[in-house]
Design a binder for this molecule. Structure first.
Ligand SMILES: Cc1cc2nc3c(=O)[nH]c(=O)nc-3n(C[C@H](O)[C@H](O)[C@H](O)COP(=O)(O)OP(=O)(O)OC[C@H]3O[C@@H](n4cnc5c(N)ncnc54)[C@H](O)[C@@H]3O)c2cc1C
Length: 537
């Protein structure tokens, strides 16, 4: 990533990369067709001079002066994550959750000093990696920041420190963002192979702290599986776990911190399991007239032991919105990758399973390509470009006054058909009642032998002055339906502050007590990311 380019302080990505009117034209035409009564008026993005900046309430010691920034731009940029709600608040010039300062520790000693200062003064300390949270994970809500709040930005801890080629692992600092991490591994023929859609602006520490999911459909896709060991700075001291390929020695200390969302400590580095870069790839699209037959095909593939890298089922609405198919069919994009061998037999068997459930595909489907440079062909590159542009497009749609929100979950196969019907019905009913018209679409982002991870998108016409209130009602309707029908409140977006009401009901009480005890031991002052996952005592 170029350090000369400026990132937007109110939304996704670089300031100079917003979509042009021409880039948005197909989408606005589609929205116009779907919602003919909607008035789409672009909102002018805020400038930093328009933002009201409250006086900072914290006075860092002189020894930390060079690591702490209280400038309006730094504070505004660290106020929110990148959710729909965050973008709307940014466009409304509402920066009410602004931290009092931003710390940029350059090494672990400086981080320890920042945390001790916050602990002594009872200042809320909020770890911040790439700031791509979509669940209110990095903001300082007023009730949680009585004595002030400091955002701790880890992006100066941005290096790959060591590579162990023999064990195929790398020791990596937590603040490194996706592209820099891959750039450092590439010359060694290695990759972490973890590509969440937020890859460009999210960090290793953020991935570990939120249990992020990459875009691969099966097996090594959750970051959890790639962590060999961790180093974590807590207000009660530093904890380092042991480097091991596996261990049965009691509950896993790594697993206590993986998914801890910044409430137990700040992850500073991790040994990560890396992989050889894939060279063999095959990928194809299969059409199905019936979504539930397509879901059965996906179930058959996920239970066959084939482990495709891509197994993305798009319902007809998703296929249309993403430009994959205009035919009204559901589309399954299925693909395999390997660094070692050609994949034709795997793809042939997956296509047989699709055919068993009425899937249609071209006779030429599924021949292995060898990508010596590891990049892939033009179609893959085009898909990748579109994937990376999508968050910019989402900001533009929000600025046009649409509700454009996604929510994700997971559920076992036995419940899926009824689950899907109930979640769609509840979400669509709420959105239509509030906005007059709405569209709810679904795709599978990940699949497991015992169930899929469905990802829903809601699109509805609104106006900037009503968007947040309407969004909240739609979000509640969807979340209630997900919980009632047996799903989880999040498969990979994390809990943060926004999912708390449902997470608190999903989580067993005994486990809540254990988590609270861990928090009390590691963070007795309750300064770390208050309000996330659990309330400090
Ligand atoms: C457009 C878009 C697409 C997305 N796509 C995906 C996706 O495909 N898969 C997915 O899983 N998620 C996705 N997300 C959600 C988000 O990117 C992930 O949750 C990601 O893991 C957050 O990483 P980050 O570095 O940006 O963390 P941040 O947003 O900075 O922080 C997230 C949480 O982790 C804590 N934290 C951050 N760094 C540390 C650290 N070093 N130590 C302790 N705690 C820390 C923070 O306090 C906060 O609670 C997407 C978000 C957006 C905006």
């Amino acid at each position: 990533m170029s350090r000369d380019r400026r990132r937007k302080f109110w939304g996704w990505g670089f300031e100079d990369a917003s979509p042009t009117t021409e880039e948005l034209a197909p989408l606005t035409a589609l929205v116009g067709m779907r919602f003919p009564d909607a008035t789409l008026e672009a909102t002018t993005p805020p400038t930093i001079d328009e933002i009201s900046i409250p006086a900072s309430r914290v006075s860092p010691p002189a020894s930390l002066a060079s690591a702490i920034d209280v400038s309006p731009l730094a504070r505004a940029s660290h106020t929110y994550g990148k959710s729909f709600r965050d973008v709307v608040r940014g466009l409304r010039r509402d920066f009410g959750a602004m931290p009092d300062a931003v710390a940029f520790p350059g090494d672990e000693a400086e981080l320890v000093a920042v945390l001790s200062w916050c602990d002594e003064r009872r200042i809320a300390a909020i770890p911040y990696g790439g700031g791509s949270s979509v669940v209110g994970g990095v903001e300082a809500r007023s009730r949680d920041r009585a004595a002030g709040a400091v955002s701790i930005d880890l992006t100066r801890l941005d290096r790959v420190l060591e590579i162990d080629r023999t064990s195929r692992a790398a020791r990596i600092q937590a603040g490194i963002l996706g592209p820099a991490l891959e750039d450092a591994l590439r010359p060694h023929g290695l990759t972490l192979r973890h590509f969440p859609q937020s890859f460009e602006f999210s960090s290793l520490g953020g991935w570990i702290a939120t249990r992020s999911g990459g875009h691969y459909a099966t097996v090594l896709t959750h970051i959890d599986e790639m962590v060999e060991c961790l180093r974590v700075v807590t207000p009660s001291g530093t904890i380092a776990t042991r480097r091991l390929p596996s261990s049965g020695a009691g509950p896993s200390p790594d697993r206590l911190f993986i998914g801890s969302e910044g409430i137990l400590g700040v992850i500073t580095e991790a040994w990560m399991r890396v992989q050889d870069r894939p060279r063999f790839r095959t990928s194809t699209a299969v059409s199905f007239a019936d979504l539930h037959a397509a879901a059965e095909a996906v179930r058959a593939i996920s239970q066959s032991g084939l482990q495709p890298t891509n197994c993305r089922l798009l319902d007809p609405g998703e296929a249309l919105l993403s430009g994959t198919s205009m035919s009204g069919d559901a589309v399954l994009v299925v693909g395999f990758e390997s660094s070692d061998h050609a994949l034709d037999p795997w793809m042939a068997r997956a296509l047989e399973l699709c055919a068993d459930h009425g899937g249609r595909f071209s006779a030429e489907s599924g021949k292995t390509r060898v990508d010596l440079d590891g990049i892939g062909d033009e179609a893959v590159s085009a898909w990748r470009r579109a994937f990376l542009r999508m968050p910019y497009v989402r900001d533009a749609m929000v600025g046009l006054g649409l509700i454009a929100e996604t929510f994700e979950t997971a559920v076992t196969w036995d419940r899926f058909p009824e689950f899907d019907a109930r979640v769609r019905e509840a979400t669509l009913a709420a959105a239509t009642r509030l906005c007059g018209a709405a569209e709810v679409t679904c795709r599978f982002t990940h699949v497991y032998p015992d169930g899929p991870a469905p990802y829903y998108t809601v699109l509805a016409p609104s106006r900037l002055d009503r968007q947040l209130e309407q969004w909240m009602e739609i979000k509640c309707a969807a979340a209630e339906a997900i919980l009632a029908a047996g799903g989880t409140i999040t498969h990979h977006h994390a809990v943060g502050r926004d999912h708390r009401p449902w997470y608190d009901r999903e989580r067993p009480d005994g486990f809540a007590a254990v988590l609270a005890a861990a928090k009390k031991t590691l963070d007795p002052g309750g300064i770390l990311n208050p309000g996330v996952l659990i309330d400090p005592a």
